[in-house]
Design a protein around this ligand. Structure first.
Ligand code: GSH
Length: 206
């Protein structure tokens, strides 16, 4: 049985969403990460993930951490129609995975923390503004791709789309104005409306 560790409003959301897409049965252990009582800092959890961060998985005794790596592993092991059948298709999945992880997520998280997550007195408007400028140049690259092809996977919504959408999900909580990226806006709304995403979102609301 697959075990997924991490509160549903953490990056564990990404893994839960994919497990739903793949139809994998799993047990969810909602390990908390918010101080001061973060369960991910307890010794039993550090034994699973030395970073003391969520998510982690235990897949029949195989323990892994890092959300993107976990999702690439699960997609390959429990392949369904989302998993590209060609090396080129899989190359595209990796390209978009690294792009969102390296170029988008740091700016997006800085923006999220300084506009939404931190208490108002801890927010920095200048950090937020700078992060928004960086983020917008990267969102323009995603928009350009969707002008060329309907999906990041090409003709159909596949793992490349999933890997972008599960990171960009934070934008829906930031309420960033996406009118400069009309195709990305529509694509994101439709991605997060997928039944597998909706089921994972429900856990966040509970
Ligand atoms: N690159 C890691 C980041 C994991 C991460 O930062 N998780 C947050 C929750 S979303 C966490 O555990 N924060 C607690 C901490 O850093 O102490 C991944 O994608 O899995």
């Amino acid at each position: 049985m697959l075990r997924i560790y991490g509160a549903p409003h953490s990056r564990a959301f990404r893994v839960i969403w994919l497990a739903n897409e793949l139809g994998i049965p799993y047990e969810h252990i909602p390990v908390t990460f918010d101080p001061p009582n973060a369960q991910c800092k307890e010794s039993w959890y550090i034994a699973l993930n030395p970073n003391g961060r969520v998510p982690s998985i235990d897949d029949d005794g195989f323990v892994m951490w890092e959300s993107a790596a976990i999702n690439l592993y699960l997609a390959e092991k429990y392949k369904n129609s989302l998993y590209p059948s060609t090396p080129q298709g899989r190359g595209r999945v990796l390209q978009w995975t690294f792009f969102v992880a390296n170029d988008i997520e740091p700016a997006m998280i800085t923006l999220f923390r300084n506009r939404v997550y931190f208490p108002p007195e801890q927010r920095s408007a200048s950090l937020a503004d700078e992060a928004e400028r960086t983020l917008r140049t990267k969102l323009a690259i995603l928009e350009q791709q969707l002008v060329k092809t309907a999906f990041f996977g090409g003709e159909q919504w596949d793992m490349a789309d999933f890997m972008v959408a599960c990171v960009l999900y934070v934008l829906t909580r930031l309420k960033l104005d996406l009118t400069a990226y009309p195709k990305l806006d529509v694509w994101l709304a439709s991605s997060v409306s997928r039944p597998a995403a909706q089921a994972a979102r429900k856990l966040r609301e509970n």
